[in-house]
Design a protein around this ligand. Sequence first.
Ligand SMILES: [Zn+2]
Ligand SMILES: [Zn+2]
Length: 119
Amino acid sequence: MGARTTFKRNGIIASFALARAEYLCEIDKTHHTFISQRTNLPYSESHHFIPMKFQDHFTFPLDCTENIISLCPTCHRGFHHGVIEHKKELIEKFYDSRSALNNFGIQEMFSFYNSLKPA
Ligand SMILES: [Zn+2]
Ligand SMILES: [Zn+2]
């Protein structure tokens, strides 16, 4: 998650999304992490599938559980730092399952990610 965004994030919503995913990586549930000292639960990171930066394109709040995915640190960094080909693979894994968000094309998602600079 980029620290520079001006949109306020709700930690409760992110926690709920991680719990729903049972603290597993939603790219691949076999991606193991470790038990977090803070929560005593498997460590996972929340990621806004449609980056918060693009809120202006949507009428619903992007900081919602439907838009938050649970990821292991490696997959999470891939969304932010991977080459665009890697990001496209990651996006394709979620695009169909997040149907409530699909009132836009997958090419639009690719272009969102393509325009992001690594934070
Ligand atoms: Zn992220
Ligand atoms: Zn993973």
